[in-house]
Design a protein around this ligand. Structure first.
Ligand SMILES: C[S@@+](CC[C@H](N)C(=O)[O-])C[C@H]1O[C@@H](n2cnc3c(N)ncnc32)[C@H](O)[C@@H]1O
Length: 189
């Protein structure tokens, strides 16, 4: 059970679970199913079965909505380019494929959904885009920071090189007006 700053509404219940082991609800149980930001949790080969499981627990006529991000950075600078090169060289071996995310509509279609709509939302990174850009930059900076152990232990990047690239990211986002794509897709069972 998560800790809350303010209590959730009384009609909300939280359950812990592992999406890779199935969702502990009967089939056709929900009118609406939402999944968000699990690209770093679901290996590429598991996506079809995870989506199949979302479909299973949705009632006929019900809706599934997914929000994800991937590797869709635009207007990038040398520090991101360096981190991306190291990432691309090692991530496939770890079983993840961020390039699947812009194709979530096809994955949902393959899972049997209809009336599928997909939208790509480019989120600006940095104060150049106002308060939302400033907050997004803090968030994504911390996502990269959280991957430090992965870069240094799995991707052959030294701690010194990682720290230098990380420190350069916010400045180059401001300079180049970098944006980062989010993918919003929904469909009906
Ligand atoms: C980037 S966070 C997104 C959290 C939340 N969905 C949101 O959008 O705010 C990824 C979450 O996935 C959870 N996670 C990782 N592997 C998982 C799995 N196999 N089953 C369920 N959740 C998992 C992590 O604990 C973490 O809370």
């Amino acid at each position: 059970m998560p800790t809350f700053l303010t209590p959730p509404p009384s009609n909300c219940t939280f359950y812990g679970g592992n999406v890779l082991s199935g969702i502990p609800f009967a089939q056709d149980h929900f009118d609406y199913v939402h999944q968000r930001l699990l690209v770093g949790a679901i290996p590429a080969l598991e996506w079809p079965s995870v989506l199949q499981e979302l479909v299973r627990v949705t009632r006929p006529g019900g809706w599934i909505e997914i929000l994800e991000s991937g590797a869709g950075y635009h207007n990038i600078g040398p520090a991101y380019h360096y981190l991306k090169k190291a990432w691309d060289a090692g991530i496939a071996q770890a079983g993840f494929d961020l390039s699947l995310m812009p194709h979530l509509d096809i994955l949902l279609e393959n899972a049997g959904l209809k009336n599928i709509k997909m939208r790509t939302v480019p989120m600006p990174l940095g104060k150049w885009a106002g308060r939302s850009g400033e907050l997004m930059a803090i968030d994504i900076y911390n996502v990269f920071k959280g991957f430090k152990g992965f870069y240094t232990s799995q991707l052959n990047v030294s701690e010194k090189d990682f720290d230098a690239a990380l420190a350069a990211l916010p400045g180059e986002w401001e300079k180049h007006h970098t944006t980062y794509d989010f993918y919003l897709v929904y469909g009906q069972k």
